[in-house]
Design a protein around this ligand. Structure first.
Ligand SMILES: NC(=O)c1ccc[n+]([C@@H]2O[C@H](COP(=O)([O-])OP(=O)(O)OC[C@H]3O[C@@H](n4cnc5c(N)ncnc54)[C@H](O)[C@@H]3O)[C@@H](O)[C@H]2O)c1
Length: 284
């Protein structure tokens, strides 16, 4: 029997590089898989050899034939789909990196009977909620940008394939993944590196069908009720409060809507709607 593999897309990126370092040799994951497991790392740029003996490939996930080749040995048990363009961009960029690539991953997962796909969604899928409102995983998405909308698409793709084709889906609405928050807004959406690993391990091992969780640490000022993640066993250990003294004032004085909404400057970027329309978002 083939040794089960975890496929990490976007493995040359910030989150992917961390997971390549942290997941191999993890005892809980080995127990979950009932023995050794492999790591496959792929990216459009060469992710390099890494510290562990993972299997590395380089290619564009918008190319369906390349994606198919990643699954060809039949051993992929789980995908951690991180690859994508991680900020606002023109449609042409986002269509390939965030839409086509994501479709190709889930389609290959379906053809090869993969158990689960963990998906790097974003806080920008719900960025049009006011900061004054603490939301959980059940709210309707409110994308604040083209980028955020591509993440809504990925979440809903996960829903479709979970219920129609029995591929477990775990969408992580990641906040600010950094060693420490770099803004006042980050005090509410920061995800520390160790907590990111904790959350991914929950996604790899928990029993669920289709879940949306917040990729956020145990921040006292969190925008989000992360009860879906906690129910599945996520126990974040870090709290941004330790950095609160660094950000006494607003991040964008003079930018009312960036300060008002959870998505921050993604909301005000290119904004042309009148104030009354934006204020109305607080009422429903
Ligand atoms: N870092 C954060 O704070 C944060 C917040 C919210 C969401 N996310 C999401 O998490 C994921 C990972 O974030 P990151 O910070 O590691 O980003 P990153 O930019 O460091 O890594 C993304 C990787 O995807 C690769 N990639 C892009 N297009 C590709 C394609 N067509 N085929 C194959 N590989 C491709 C890039 O080369 C890059 O190495 C992204 O999807 C991002 O949108 C990140």
């Amino acid at each position: 029997m083939t040794t089960p593999a975890i496929l990490i897309t976007g493995a040359a990126g910030r989150i992917g590089s961390l997971l390549r370092r942290e997941l191999p040799g993890d005892a809980e994951l080995a127990a979950f898989f009932g023995g050794p497991f492999r790591l496959k790392a792929t990216d459009i740029v060469d992710p390099g050899p890494g510290e562990h003996a993972d299997e590395v490939s380089t290619g564009d996930l918008a190319d369906a034939a390349f994606v198919e080749s990643l699954f060809a040995d039949g051993g992929v048990a789980a995908v951690i789909h991180l690859a994508g363009y991680p900020r606002e961009a023109d449609w042409d960029v986002l269509l390939d990196a965030n839409i086509r690539a994501t479709i190709n991953i889930w389609e290959a997962a379906r053809r090869h009977g993969v158990d689960r796909v963990l998906y790097a969604s974003s806080n920008h899928a719900i960025g049009f909620y006011p900061r004054s409102r603490k939301i959980d995983h059940r709210v309707t998405q409110r994308p604040d940008s083209r980028y955020g909308l591509t993440k809504v698409f990925g979440e809903e793709l996960g829903f479709l394939y979970a219920h129609k084709f029995a591929i477990r889906s775990f969408s992580m609405r990641i906040g600010m993944f950094l060693p420490q928050p770099t803004s006042r807004r980050g005090l509410s959406n920061w995800l520390s590196l160790p907590d990111a690993v904790r959350l991914v391990k929950v996604g790899l091992t928990a029993d669920y069908i289709c879940e949306t969780v917040y990729g956020v640490s145990n921040n006292a000022r969190s925008f989000w009720d992360n009860s879906s993640a906690h129910r599945l066993g996520y126990r974040p250990q870090d709290d941004s409060e330790a950095f609160a003294h660094l950000f006494p004032g607003p991040d964008h004085p003079g930018d009312r809507w960036a300060e008002h909404f959870q998505g921050g400057p993604y909301v005000s970027n290119g904004l042309s709607a009148p104030d009354e329309r934006l204020a109305a978002l607080d009422r429903f």
